[in-house]
Design a protein around this ligand. Structure first.
Ligand SMILES: C[S@@+](CC[C@H](N)C(=O)[O-])C[C@H]1O[C@@H](n2cnc3c(N)ncnc32)[C@H](O)[C@@H]1O
Length: 276
């Protein structure tokens, strides 16, 4: 869907462990270039080892700041860009990073470990109203108010330091109800808030449209409905003003075979648009 061209200039806005970039490199010719961006130093180290190729330049930062990052390399226009949102396997699997509710490690959830604010700060320092808002807006958690109240009440006695400690509070509020794990929505919400994911996604998409050459493509893979809604509306709004042509009326979904071989792809949705 990126419609890769020989000697084109591409951006992998979420280079992660470098899987997509490695694949893109096969189709951009010997003079092509790809700029891989990520907030996560650990991921960038792994990507650098995997992608030792003079056509690849890796940049640390948020994709919402990509115009600055690219201008440092003398780049002001690109032929295509890919966003593969959310967490990498590294962030998901490494319990020390504090993203998982089964972890007994410190509540953290920062993609960029040099950032100051972590999930611990929100859970232990934010007012009840703010916690309620975060869980409601970013987790669509219908028990947001009760969970926020339970957090504040425990916080009065002791700090809530670990992922499993927070998860216990949520499980008590749920009292055994529900099909999915009761902590799923709260953990999603905190992760989105800590990493300012939705506002950076909007910023990243706007920057992509400004950078893309005519007929260059933007491909976005999302993993939950809040992200997907932003991408869908962004594409439709920009199609109305004549900047983009939407190439996926409905998002492309993984096949049953792909989900079987890669279960983390089950919630993925790919939307693609072309710069007019
Ligand atoms: C699903 S992974 C990407 C995996 C990658 N496509 C691969 O092939 O390995 C998402 C990556 O995006 C990074 N990320 C998420 N939001 C970001 C942002 N606003 N700016 C830069 N990187 C971001 C995360 O740190 C993570 O490494």
């Amino acid at each position: 869907m990126l419609d890769l061209r020989q000697n084109g200039v591409y951006v992998d806005a979420t280079v992660g462990l470098g899987g997509h970039t490695e694949e893109i490199l096969k189709s951009i010719g010997s003079e092509g270039r790809i700029f891989g961006i990520d907030k996560d130093d650990e991921a960038l180290k792994i990507a650098a080892d995997r992608l030792s190729d003079k056509r690849v330049v890796l940049k640390k930062g948020s994709f919402s700041d990509m115009e600055n990052l690219l201008s440092l390399e003398g780049i002001s226009e690109i032929d295509g860009i890919l966003f593969d949102l959310g967490l990498s396997m590294l962030q998901l699997k490494d319990l020390d990073r504090g993203f998982s509710f089964v972890s007994d490690k410190r509540l953290d959830m920062r993609m960029d470990e040099t950032q100051k604010m972590s999930a611990w700060d929100i859970v232990n320092r934010s007012p009840e109203r703010e916690i309620d808002r975060i869980l409601w807006e970013f987790g669509e958690e219908r028990l947001s108010r009760k969970i926020a109240r339970a957090i504040i009440s425990l916080r009065g006695k002791q700090s809530i330091d670990t992922c499993s400690g927070l998860s216990k509070v949520i499980e008590e509020v749920y009292g055994g109800r529900g099909k999915t794990h009761p902590s799923t929505k709260t953990f999603q919400a905190l992760r989105i808030a800590v990493n300012r994911e939705l506002e950076q996604l909007r910023g990243g998409l706007e920057a992509a449209v400004r950078l893309l050459k005519q007929s260059g493509r933007v491909c976005v893979i999302t993993y939950h409905s809040l992200e997907d809604r932003i991408v869908k509306h962004f594409f439709v709004d920009n199609a109305k003003t004549g900047l983009l042509r939407v190439l996926t009326k409905k998002p492309l979904l993984p096949s049953i075979e792909e989900i079987r071989s890669n279960p983390s792809s089950r919630s993925a949705k790919l939307r693609v648009a072309e710069r007019i």
